[in-house]
Design a protein around this ligand. Structure first.
Ligand code: GLU
Length: 460
């Protein structure tokens, strides 16, 4: 049985890097018919951070990830942690330390001056005397003092940490009794039966501490997969300046959830040179031991490329559904199919698509001088009038090809090139010189609206 988890610290939104580790954890659990848990690491213990959980669940819902069971809040598990702290105290595996803050600061200062790593010196480890008055002790765990701890990491291989360089008897409970981060993570992962911890490699240095906790409590150590960070083009950790970090911003920008997931799975994992992965393929092919060892680079062009791919290949029903979020309601539009086919090749995002659609459905509000200068010539008026006349007398105008025939006949009759009619007509219909095919635009808005827009331009 594989049990994975996503364990975000509440920040109010789901971070794009978080979604990537969540996705990998999700895939690995689902692929193995296992369980994927969601745990909110709200370790300030003052209240359940439900708002944070809601933001994550909302983002999960948008991309289609589902966690199993109830959401666990660390803030609700204080008694459990206290129980295990007491157990360690009773077994002599942890102890009370009465060192004051001033003493600790002084020790650090001395160590720094000697060019040593600042660390606790273990002075209360075997203390049997009378506790100093007026000091609420912290609880420290007995860490090994010599040797090494090896993290058997599924991505990085065996990572050996020299105990002397990274460990001391670290605090597992503060003087107010609240447990510390590395302690609760280890306790939770163990009690929740997590078998495979997939998380960012910014946590790798925490892992030896967590292993100390597992071992002290007699829990089995899970498998670890530390996923390299997502970097920007300068090789630095992704920040807001490089691109949106809030997952829901990608919805607003008009990315399809499957494109975003595809983008994220490829950030740090690959399968040959395959770029397009449906959820079914991810589930079939993903294995955390194939996660890349080096950092991956966030590349928005790649995301745009994937998004165009998904938009182009999406059913129109699905497109309609996604476009509603961008303010476009097409459910009952009788030319829906022509409309979507006309725009879906031309947009990188749903937001762009929504804009293209409104440019078709809403008449141009004004005509720019520069555009007119470029595309509306002396002869344009006569050409457009001829075209209007031809349109008015044509019968059965429905499909783009019907409109195309009328254009052809006018062009032939006047002995002019297509450009001569195309440019002014485009300005009349869309107010600009580029955009979707004119035949389609006319078929979508219909004959009357086409005539009206031509008239507006002529009398402008
Ligand atoms: N709460 C940690 C974070 O948001 C993750 C801890 C973990 O995955 O072990 O970075």
């Amino acid at each position: 049985m594989v049990v994975t988890r996503f364990a975000p610290s509440p920040t109010g939104y789901l971070h794009i890097g978080g979604l990537r580790t969540a996705l990998l954890s999700y895939l690995w659990a689902r692929k193995n018919n296992g369980t994927f848990l969601l745990r909110i690491e709200d370790t300030d213990f003052s209240r359940n951070d439900e708002a944070a959980a809601l933001a994550i669940v909302e983002a999960f819902k948008w991309v289609g990830l589902e966690h199993d069971g109830n959401i666990e809040y660390q803030s609700s598990r204080l008694e459990i942690y206290k129980h295990h702290i007491k157990q360690l105290l009773d077994e002599g595996k942890a102890y009370k330390c009465y060192m004051s803050k001033e003493e600790l600061d002084a020790l650090r200062e001395e160590q720094t001056q000697r060019n040593e790593r600042p660390q606790y010196d273990g002075r209360y480890r075997d203390f049997t005397g009378v506790a100093p008055a007026g000091i609420e002790p912290v609880i420290r765990i007995k860490s090994p003092k010599v040797g090494s701890i090896t993290v058997h990491d599924g991505v990085k291989g065996d990572v050996v940490f020299n105990v002397h360089d990274i460990l001391d008897d670290f605090i597992i409970a503060r003087s107010d009794g609240t447990p510390t981060y590395n302690f609760v993570v280890a306790v939770d992962d163990a009690l929740m039966g997590v078998t495979d911890v997939i998380r960012g490699d910014d946590h790798l240095s925490n892992t030896p501490k967590q292993i100390v906790v597992y071992q002290a409590l007699g829990f089995a150590v899970p498998k670890f997969f530390h996923v390299p960070m997502i970097h920007n083009h300068d090789g630095k950790k992704l920040s807001k300046r490089d691109g949106a970090t809030d997952v829901m911003a990608y919805k607003t920008m008009g990315y399809a959830p499957e494109a975003l997931l595809n983008f994220l799975v490829r950030l740090g994992w690959s399968h040959g040179d395959q770029e397009i992965f449906s959820m079914a393929e991810m589930l079939e092919l993903f294995d955390p031991s194939d996660i890349n060892r080096s950092a991956s680079v966030y590349n928005v062009e790649k995301l745009d490329w994937l998004n165009s791919h998904y938009l182009k290949n999406m059913t129109n029903d699905k497109l309609c559904e996604l476009l509603e979020f961008h303010g476009v309601m097409l459910i009952s539009h009788d030319k829906r199919e022509i409309l979507l086919d006309a725009v879906k090749e031309r947009a990188k995002t749903l937001a762009e698509m929504a804009l293209l659609i409104s440019e078709i459905l809403v008449p141009p509000a004004a005509f720019e001088e520069a555009v007119l200068k470029k595309g509306y010539k002396e002869e344009s008026r006569e050409i457009l009038e001829k075209f209007s006349t031809a349109l008015s007398s044509a019968e059965e105008l429905h499909l783009p090809s019907d409109y195309h025939h009328v254009m052809e006949s006018v062009v032939a009759q006047m002995g002019i090139g297509f450009g001569k009619i195309g440019q002014p007509l485009r300005i009349a219909l869309l107010g600009k010189l580029s955009g979707p095919g004119l035949d389609s635009v006319m078929a979508i808005i219909g004959v009357e609206e086409t005539l009206a827009r031509i008239n507006t331009l002529i009398s402008y």
